[in-house]
Design a protein around this ligand. Structure first.
Ligand code: HDE
Length: 735
């Protein structure tokens, strides 16, 4: 029997995805704390307006399914056939249109930074920079500018996992009143290479090897380390990339950097050099490598889910915008070339001045329309902001525009709502694929003699963008300046600025990555560079790899490295959060668990602005000792402890007896312990720890939760996030 056409009662398009309503009810349910003036940017749905392709709404308010030409559809279940069992007819325009559109749904993923996640928000100026720049965004304290931010990993494909060991993109589009300014940065302030001409080689080497198409989203393979070991300028970046910066706990807990030296230009045409910093109000935090590996399996979307949940829960992530401002005289006396993107200017030498804040307060309405189609371009600057001759930045200015054409298919990508400026746009560019906003009127050229009204826009030498008139001279050369030659001093400075536990993680990461490299000569060549950074680090890595002997140190363009003073700002551990705010506690509950204790934990978490998930033997939840029923967010094997910043095991004696032999429960506590997390536990929970083999190892960070009164103190204690002394006891590499 052929299926019958759908009747009116078959709800094909639920009324709650009608125009103007969010696609998912969840996306708005908790977003009310936004102050009215905070949501400056129009949502995608609003942008669509009347002319957009939305669902037709009938008089009774129910949405009617239509073709893309707007013709109402009667039957979307069956194609048009010649007879009940006959061939499908070419005449079926509805079927053909639907399949045709589906066939063309994909666009090329970004060649790098393919996997990303974006959100809307605003930038608010807190300290005017009017004395150094005419950029409109930096003039009026208190004024807000709409922003869109996309975070990303670099090497992995769009469908790869969030916790790859990788640099994170931190791309910010600021819709200023004088045009879009894109600050396309990373969470690491330096880069692997000094000249953009090496970028294709770097990326080819990092991506899956071309014959076998693996490994995905990782640098732990021969090609990457071969290229790196032959590119000494990458050593500073390698220190950062092997540190815990490359496995952040959340997009919310990482810094962002503009990386290059840019210019601010005043109304009088005076230039001031600037380096941009985003500093998270949430503090810095990362996970451990073993944890990252397990998070990738348990929740490959860990970072995007975290951002989605925080914003929808009203806990809006916030960063301060800091600037390091300096002049040519500073640049001339600085130890390194400020045009070299493999170098930082330590904050101790040049303090970061905070001038504003970035708040993310709205998730997207549609991932593809906004996060996928957003097109960041480094060349999108505005009057008052300009480039320097950093050869990496100069190369990027070509690449980003070019790549958007490939990805989005038309020079009219600026017409897509997420890319369109929010200030007036007036020019004579026209036509092309998918032109949405061709200018009106007869005149499409200038100069013209049609007068001010009919003749269209005119240049404005005062308001308009003027490049800083830098003097340039010299022969055309393919050459690397000598001032770029010191590849090791700042690499060492980063290393010696780390806490011992962080130094251990760098060594562990190098040993892990190089253990996946098959060619011993490549492993040894990397170690030969480490000798130029720190003998101790080189020795530890050589030992971890089981190298028969330490290789000779690498030949360096500039053999002497200077011993620079450590910089506090470079350590994650020294810049952690002051409280548990914005973090998540995993509470493992069983039937009969202490209701007052559970209530106390919830109250204490609420007080500091933290969240929790209940994990239980069954997703239906548990009944506590006072008869209260609590729903679970996770069943134990779906909610391993790696998903939480700290855990509490609140179980009854019966509950513990039930769970003590369960492998997933044992993993839960063993991993929490192994990952140096704070653990709260009721006395009744002890059999679980005994069967997991860690009862006799419990330490000061394993805190007994005897009664409700212990809850607040526990939540205060877990602000420290990790109990590092434990790592030295649970890790073979530390022994
Ligand atoms: Fe990129 N980079 N990049 N990059 N980059 C891209 O542009 C490129 C570099 C960064 O969320 C591409 O739209 C070259 C440094 C971010 O959409 C491409 C060079 C920094 C994003 C490109 C660099 C970045 C990209 C790929 C060497 C930190 C993601 C897709 C000179 C300051 C933006 C796209 C988003 C994306 C080229 C080096 C950051 C191909 C040639 C240094 C955050 O245009």
């Amino acid at each position: 029997m052929p299926r019958k056409p759908a009747t009116d009662k078959d709800v094909l398009v639920p009324a709650d995805i009608a125009p103007g309503k969010p696609v998912s009810g969840e996306s708005r349910q908790k977003a009310s704390p936004v102050p009215a003036d905070a949501q400056l940017s129009e949502s995608y749905a609003e942008k669509q307006g009347d002319g957009g392709e939305t669902h037709q709404v009938a008089a009774d308010g129910a949405a009617v399914l239509t073709t893309s030409q707007g013709a109402p559809v009667a039957d979307d279940q069956n194609s048009l056939k010649q007879g009940a069992r006959g061939p499908t007819l070419l005449e079926d325009f509805h079927f053909r249109e639907k399949i045709f559109h589906f066939d063309h749904e994909r666009i090329p993923e970004r060649v790098v930074h393919a996997r990303g996640y974006g959100a809307h928000g605003f930038f608010e100026l807190t300290d005017s920079l009017a004395d150094v720049t005419r950029a409109d965004i930096f003039q009026r304290v208190g004024e807000r500018t709409p922003a869109f931010v996309r975070f990303s990993t670099v090497a992995g494909s769009k469908g790869s996992f969030d916790l790859a060991r990788d640099v994170r993109g931190f791309a910010v589009k600021l819709y200023t009143k004088e045009g879009n300014w894109d600050l396309v940065g990373n969470n690491i302030p330096v880069f692997f290479i000094q000249d953009a001409i090496k970028f294709p080689d770097l990326v080819h080497a990092a991506k899956p090897e071309p014959d076998r198409a693996f490994p995905q989203a990782q640098t732990a393979h021969d090609n990457f380390w071969d290229f790196i070991s032959l590119t000494p300028e990458s050593m500073h970046m390698i220190m950062w990339a092997m540190s815990d910066r490359a496995i952040p706990r959340s997009f919310r807990t990482m810094e962002g950097f503009g990386v290059h030296t840019f210019r601010l230009v005043s109304a009088e045409g005076k230039s001031t050099f600037v380096k941009f910093h985003w500093k998270p109000k949430q503090g810095l935090q990362s996970v451990l490598w073993n944890e990252a590996v397990k998070i990738n399996g348990a929740d490959p979307d860990f970072h995007r889910r975290d951002l989605w949940e925080a914003i929808n829960g009203g806990d809006f992530p916030e960063w301060e915008l800091g600037v390091q401002l300096f002049d040519q005289a500073f640049a001339d006396q600085f130890d390194f070339d400020v045009l070299d993107a493999t170098k930082i200017i330590p904050e101790e030498i040049l303090p970061v001045r905070v001038v504003g804040r970035l708040v993310l307060d709205r998730v997207v309405d549609n991932f593809f329309a906004e996060t996928e189609q957003v097109a960041f371009c480094t060349q999108n600057v505005v009057p008052g902001i300009d480039f320097t001759n950093d050869p990496l930045l100069q190369g990027r200015n070509f690449s980003y525009l070019d790549t958007q054409l490939k990805r989005l298919g038309s020079p009219n990508f600026t017409h897509i709502p997420i890319n369109a400026p929010k200030c007036p746009v007036a020019h004579f560019q026209q036509d092309g694929h998918m032109a949405m906003t061709n200018p009106r009127g007869r005149v499409n050229y200038e100069p013209n003699s049609w007068g001010a009204t009919l003749g269209g826009p005119r240049e404005d030498p005062v308001r308009g963008f003027r490049s800083f008139a830098e003097e340039a001279d010299g022969a055309k050369l393919r050459i690397r300046p000598e001032s770029f030659a010191d590849h090791y001093s700042q690499a060492r400075q980063f290393y010696v600025s780390q806490e011992p536990i962080e130094q251990k993680h760098i060594a562990d990461a190098l040993v892990f990555e190089l253990s996946k490299v098959e060619r011993p000569d490549i492993r040894a060549r990397v170690v030969s560079h480490l000798i130029n950074i720190d003998d101790g680090l080189a020795g530890t890595v050589a030992d971890g790899l089981g190298l028969p002997e330490l290789p000779a140190s690498a030949q360096a363009a500039q053999p002497t490295r200077s011993d620079l003073p450590p910089s506090e700002a470079l350590s994650i551990v020294k810049n952690g959060p002051p409280s548990f705010k914005g973090r998540k506690l995993g509470i493992l509950l069983s039937d009969g668990a202490d209701a007052a204790l559970f209530g106390g934990l919830v109250k204490a978490l609420d007080k500091v602005g933290a969240v929790y998930d209940v994990i239980a033997p069954k997703i239906g939840g548990v009944t506590l000792d006072d008869g209260t029923k609590v729903a679970a967010k996770q069943k134990i094997d779906g909610g391993p402890s790696v998903l939480f910043d700290a855990v509490a095991i609140v179980v009854s004696a019966d509950g513990a007896a039930l769970l003590a032999d369960d492998a997933a429960t044992q993993d839960f506590v063993r991993d929490a312990f192994g990952h140096c997390k704070y653990i709260g536990l009721t006395l009744d929970a002890q059999p679980i720890f005994a069967n997991a083999g860690i009862l006799d190892k419990l330490d000061d960070a394993c805190i007994e939760l005897g009664a409700a009164k212990d809850a607040a103190a526990f939540v205060d204690t877990i602000a420290a996030l990790r109990f590092w002394p434990r790592e030295l006891k649970v890790d073979l590499d530390a022994k």
